[in-house]
Design a protein around this ligand. Structure first.
Ligand code: FAD
Ligand code: NAD
Length: 451
């Protein structure tokens, strides 16, 4: 049995900085990774999608150039070149991470799947007092009759296609569906999105989701809501025939399943540690990310909660500070900003209007269409809106949605205001450089000018 101070299972977004930090603090650390160093974010998530979405935006800009007086001829996109650029960027990110882990003293990286064989024992030969589980999540495949007899893709497979799909049908309408659906539409595919709920982006406010819906329809994407696939069957030449619950039939050259992600806990054999996952397989943790077994922690998507890279990274900060610096940092009430990388982007922070009303909070809503923003008009990017939820009593910003070019960056300005307790009246009168998108925060909060 090899004894370590720390074992980390999975090279996710918390694992890598944590491994380096603990090793540097003199703790003999083992990092086990089943496939690629860098986890989902670098290999099949954020990095590759945002790299390819940049190509789709380039195509969009080129296609509109003549409206700006610039004579640009656009043709079919070269998907092979797009994928090659993506592979190079992914390889460079992964390569530099691998190198930095390799040269970390006190750290061993082993390419193995981690499986518990005892409370604090992994793979029958490694043991440690502290064990961190950072194994992430995998796509959920819904139990649709016929699904396993036809070809379908998950998000990872969509990033390696060498030919633009003729007709891409996307199941689901979360971030993956929105980002990849719009990307392939811009690459030249016919795209249909199927959502079982009454609208896309079910967690967002209705007006915000409606604005995204409008953008996608303007881009030529067909969206079918209240729809579920009753069965799937092969339709010849590699195509798939999907029958909806109302009898409607769709023929897809490619079928993307984007119906959510489930925690990667099955292979861990958690029963050997005494940890009981919840009914969806997530590992329950307390506000310090400790599981029910002292010394074992769960970080990132494998625990329940928002599944984003920056949240997993913050999980690392929380445990590193608490263990090494004897702090008492909790994940309770931490801000959860996020950004959906459609074009325009949807930057989000804090509470939605819907959540605030359900809680019975006294709120004011500030709303500004991008068509009223000088910078948006000048740059020809008037699609979208900015919306903020404000505490009616003390004027503090409680949440915001920014559907705009650079919407994530503008949202971050509002996040900073929330972190610094800067109320809407200060933002309304603040001096922002003209003509920035962020300058429109003056106008956004002028819409609340009742005093
Ligand atoms: C298509 C896509 C796009 C995304 N875009 C964004 C984005 O723009 N912004 C954002 O914030 N988030 C995005 N996300 C989400 C983001 O990728 C995750 O939230 C993030 O990677 C955090 O993951 P993690 O730290 O939990 O672990 P992961 O990054 O999922 O890594 C887990 C690692 O553990 C390994 N592993 C699993 N089981 C075992 C085992 N038993 N033994 C050893 N190793 C194991 C896996 O191989 C993997 O390498 C995206 C996700 C997808 C799928
Ligand atoms: N920009 C980003 O930060 C970003 C980008 C991509 C992914 N992610 C992360 O990846 C995770 C997974 O994303 P996702 O888009 O797969 O899932 P999701 O959970 O966000 O959305 C799934 C959607 O599929 C619908 N759905 C589920 N089953 C269905 C069915 N059988 N038929 C039709 N519709 C169905 C749901 O109603 C929901 O709208 C998210 O939690 C997110 O945190 C983040």
């Amino acid at each position: 049995m090899k004894q370590y101070d720390t074992i980390i299972i999975g090279s996710g977004q918390a694992a890598n900085p944590l491994a380096k930090k603990l090793a540097a603090a003199g703790r003999h650390t083992l990092l086990l990774e089943a496939t690629h160093i860098g986890g989902t974010c670098i290999n099949t998530g954020c990095t590759p999608t945002k790299t390819m979405i940049a190509a789709a935006r380039m195509q969009y800009i080129a296609s509109r150039a003549s409206r700006f007086g610039i004579p640009v001829e656009t043709g079919a996109i070269d998907l092979t070149a797009v994928v090659k650029r993506k592979n190079e960027i992914v390889a460079s990110f992964r390569g530099s991470l691998e190198k930095s882990l390799e040269k970390t003293a006190n750290l061993e990286v082993v390419r193995e799947q981690g499986v518990f064989t005892g409370t604090k024992t992994v793979n029958g030969r490694y043991t440690a007092e502290h064990i961190f589980i950072n194994t992430g999540a995998r796509p959920v495949i819904p139990p649709i009759p016929g699904i396993h007899e036809v070809p379908y893709c998950t998000s990872a497979g969509m990033l390696d296609l060498q030919k633009v799909p003729e007709h891409l049908v996307v199941l689901g309408s979360g971030y993956i569906a929105m980002e990849l659906g719009q990307m392939y539409r811009r690459f030249g595919s016919q795209v249909t999105i199927i959502e079982r709920g009454s609208r896309i982006l079910g967690r967002e406010d209705e007006d915000v989701a409606a604005a995204v819906h409008q953008v996608l329809e303007e881009d030529g994407i067909r969206i079918i809501t209240h729809a579920s696939v009753e069965r799937a069957a092969a339709a010849g030449n590699g195509h798939v025939r999907l029958t909806l619950q109302n009898g409607q039939r769709l023929e897809a050259s490619h079928w993307l399943i984007a119906t959510g992600r489930a925690p990667a806990t099955e292979a861990l054999q958690l029963e050997k540690t005494g940890i009981t996952p919840d009914e969806q397989g997530f590992i329950p943790v307390n506000e310090y990310l400790e599981t029910s077994v002292p010394g074992i922690y769960a970080l990132g998507d494998v625990k329940k909660g928002p599944a984003f890279t920056h949240i997993s990274y913050n999980d690392y900060i929380v445990v590193a500070e608490n263990i090494l610096n004897k702090k008492n940092i909790s994940i309770k009430d931490r801000p959860v900003p996020y950004c959906m990388f459609t074009d325009p982007e949807l930057g989000r922070i804090g509470i939605t209007e819907q959540e605030a009303r359900e809680k019975g909070l006294a709120i004011k809503i500030a709303r500004l269409p991008l068509s009223k923003v000088a910078r948006a008009i000048e740059t020809g990017e008037t699609r979208g809106l900015i919306k903020a939820v404000v505490d009616a009593q003390n004027g503090q910003v409680l949440g915001a949605a920014v559907l705009s070019v650079s919407g994530g960056e503008i949202m971050t300005v509002l996040q900073m205001a929330m972190m610094g307790n800067i109320g809407y009246k200060q933002l309304r009168n603040a001096i922002f450089a003209h003509p920035l998108f962020s300058e429109s925060l003056n106008n956004l909060f002028m819409t609340l000018d009742d005093d």
